[in-house]
Design a protein. Structure first.
Length: 373
């Protein structure tokens, strides 16, 4: 084998470590590397120009620069010669793309989170009523998992009151790959929401079977890969979507969000009692807006004890321990930063904050990942 052929073979091997960020597979496995040519550079010893022909799954793919940078790095860092990368980016033919998507769909065939041996931990975030900060808790918890290094996905299952696109600053639509959707990634989290689609700002009046079908599509028609964590932001109450989640994802664990006052906590208990009707375990309770820190004093603006009441009543009714997992402060920054499109638990560079709120969400995430006794 000539030096050129050796280099081409070894570069192909190195590119098997370059992962497409949307599909979670290597660019070689996906057939995205159409050609590799090593050409000696005249007058320079052990120096080669290396042309890599890349075929993207979608023309103008928003992550093409990420893929190109990784390929450039894999070529330029080759240890046994000086290589000058030249990356040529195109897109797959329709026939090749059709074959790729068909293969990926054949692997999955149906809801990928409901098969035996799935490693994904699934947490459905519920509340008895609106206005308790359930979506904010979901967004910040998802961002925390991602910042801690977990492969994280989130589904905005609140079809009527979707909030996750705004809280993550998402304005793009999912990429349609021959009928298979690629979730939008923001702040390290893969996201899907009805709010990402055209016309989603209009009132949605889905009920029953159609509502259940929306969840099935989010689960089956979106390429999730195999994330470590999947969060679902449920609609408030105990309606159709909660039942649909339990039917589609019997391995999901319910996390109930409440605020301290009785008007919220009494209703929150009902959202946890749905576990008496369906095969879903209630993992714990999160009390939001527990206190406001003012000059070293914790002001209980909304009263106190709601989270503990929900925990105690669910523990008694369900017959197993439903702990109070966290008490989150009332912080205007959580709302202001979140509405600006960045989960407030993150710094501007996407790292987890090291202060009190960052530590609280870190502890919440780590406690959820520990298997219950």
């Amino acid at each position: 084998m000539t030096d050129e052929r050796t280099i081409e073979a070894r570069i192909y091997e190195r590119l098997s470590k370059v992962i497409d960020p949307e599909l979670g597979r290597s660019v070689t496995d996906l057939g995205m590397i159409a050609a590799i040519d090593a050409i000696p550079v005249e007058g320079k010893t052990n120096t080669y120009e290396v042309r890599v022909e890349v075929e993207l799954t979608v023309e103008g793919c928003p992550l093409s620069q990420t893929i190109t940078n990784q390929i450039n790095g894999a070529v330029a860092s080759y240890p046994d010669a000086t290589l000058l990368p030249r990356i040529e980016v195109g897109s797959m033919s329709q026939d090749k793309l059709t074959q790729l998507v068909a293969g990926l769909k054949a692997e999955r065939k149906q809801n990928p989170f409901n098969r035996p041996g799935i490693k994904t931990r699934i947490f459905a975030i519920a509340s008895g009523k609106g206005g308790v900060g359930k979506s904010s808790v979901t967004a910040n918890l998802a961002a925390t998992f991602a910042a801690l290094g977990y492969d994280t996905a989130a589904i905005d299952a609140d079809i009527y009151g979707f909030s996750l696109p705004r809280l993550f600053g998402v304005h793009a639509q999912p990429t349609n790959l021959n009928g298979m959707l690629m979730p939008v990634t923001a702040w390290g989290t893969k996201l899907i929401s009805i709010g990402m689609f055209a016309g989603a700002d209009r009132a949605i009046l889905w009920r029953g079977p159609r509502l259940q079908r929306s969840l099935e599509q989010f689960l089956s028609d979106v390429w999730w890969g195999e994330p470590d964590v999947l969060l679902l932001d449920l609609a408030p109450g105990t309606g159709d979507m909660a039942i649909s989640v339990a039917q589609a994802l019997p391995n999901a664990e319910l996390v109930v969000v409440t605020t301290p006052q009785p008007s919220a906590s009494d209703i929150a208990v009902r959202s946890g009692l749905v576990a008496l009707q369906v095969p879903m375990k209630v993992r714990g309770v999160v009390e939001n807006m527990s206190y406001y820190e003012h000059k070293g004093e914790r002001l209980r603006i909304f009263g106190e004890g709601g989270g503990a009441r929900v925990s105690e009543q669910l523990t008694e009714s369900l017959g197993y321990d439903v702990p109070l997992l966290a008490q989150l402060p009332l912080e205007p920054e959580l709302r202001e930063t979140g509405e600006a499109g960045r989960p407030a638990v993150l710094n501007e560079d996407g790292s987890l904050r090291a202060d009190g709120i960052g530590e609280t969400f870190r502890n919440l995430a780590e406690s959820l990942m520990r298997r219950p006794l």
